[in-house]
Design a protein around this ligand. Structure first.
Ligand SMILES: [Zn+2]
Length: 115
């Protein structure tokens, strides 16, 4: 009896670890454009692997590539743990985004997109 209870809880832990594993997301990067004598700085969204995102690129500079909603970046903590990935900050984005763990099958843009 004890064994089956332990087995069940460890399986649930594994499912929890695997939720929201988006390995790619959008990041806002500043591109420098030469125009005559001056250099224009232009922010552009680019889609990258989460593992390429730098420590200082967080918060408003990252978003979900599918729904443009806010995401949280998770870095791999241990060698065989979950790899670097992004997770929706808002449950409602996760429910309406094709990349979300709680996706209900009707993809919509985030109600609070990061532009
Ligand atoms: Zn999304």
């Amino acid at each position: 009896m004890d064994c089956s209870v332990v087995g069940l809880s460890s399986r649930e832990d594994k499912i929890m670890d695997n939720k929201e594993t988006m390995l790619r997301c959008d990041v806002r990067r500043i591109y420098k454009l030469k125009q005559g004598d001056s250099t224009l700085k232009e922010p552009r969204w680019v889609t990258v692997n989460v593992k390429e995102i730098r420590e200082d690129e967080r918060g408003d500079d990252v978003r979900c590539m599918h729904c443009h909603g806010a995401v949280r970046i998770h870095k791999q903590q241990v060698e065989h743990g979950p790899q670097d990935h992004a997770e929706h900050q808002h449950r409602e984005d996760s429910e309406s985004c094709i990349g979300g763990y709680y996706f209900r099958g009707n993809h919509k843009r985030s109600k609070h997109p990061i532009e």
